[in-house]
Design a protein around this ligand. Structure first.
Ligand SMILES: C[S@@+](CC[C@H](N)C(=O)[O-])C[C@H]1O[C@@H](n2cnc3c(N)ncnc32)[C@H](O)[C@@H]1O
Length: 200
């Protein structure tokens, strides 16, 4: 999770898409610091342009989802799942009037499976395989060629990724997955993302 994602949005140059700014202000209002970083958001908006069906686990207050909306095609739809009722309600209200093609559900991330398969799936709150949680099944959730995005890693600089004094098993799960092609992409000196496509 990005410790300063919400404040990074609101202390930047002021060039945010209006919906992203509203989501970041909602996060600030709810005292939620862990929105995605702007670097990740800008990547999401670019990736969204190629997808018809988009999913996200861990809506937070909707900052990443708002970036996705800023890049989505008019015929695309998105669903995001958040287990915290206050955040889910705030994000749902934000998108209800402004982006009717977007749905926010208050539930555990695993219900995302009922809304797939996806062309683009962002795992940001459940399903990443971090903290001992079960990783999502990309075959069940992605269309062939579909893209998975997993955020919030420290750049490994080309070496074996490490975490907590040992190999980063969560990251290696995705990098070595036999049914995916996965690459680590640095977004900032302290931030990297994994992009993985499902093999046909
Ligand atoms: C890093 S924040 C998400 C930030 C958001 N995607 C953004 O871009 O602003 C992670 C969110 O995932 C939610 N979350 C964590 N575990 C979850 C689970 N098992 N099911 C659903 N949501 C979960 C947390 O409540 C938190 O709001």
């Amino acid at each position: 999770m990005s410790l300063n994602g919400t404040s990074a949005h609101l202390s930047g140059p002021g060039d945010l898409p209006p919906l992203v700014e509203r989501a970041a202000r909602t996060a600030l209002h709810l005292d939620f610091a862990y929105s995605c970083r702007p670097e990740q958001g800008r990547l999401l908006s670019v990736l969204a342009a190629g997808a018809r069906r988009i999913g996200e686990t861990g809506t937070g207050c909707g900052v990443g989802l708002a970036w996705l909306v800023s890049g989505m095609r008019p015929d695309a739809t998105a669903v995001s799942v958040e287990r915290d009722p206050d955040r889910a309600e705030a994000a749902s209200a934000l998108f209800a009037g402004l982006a009717p093609q977007v749905r926010v559900e208050c539930a555990d991330w695993t219900v995302i499976g009922g809304h797939g398969p996806f062309d683009l799936l962002v795992l940001d709150g459940g399903g990443q395989g971090k903290d001992g949680g079960a990783p999502a099944d990309p075959v069940a959730l992605l269309r062939p060629g579909g893209l998975l995005v997993i955020d919030d890693f420290a750049p490994s600089g080309g070496g074996t990724p490490a975490f907590g004094g040992g190999p980063d098993s969560a990251r290696l799960h995705w990098l070595d997955h036999p049914l995916l092609r996965t690459v680590e992409v640095p977004l900032a000196p302290d931030l990297a993302v994994l992009l993985a496509t499902r093999r046909a």
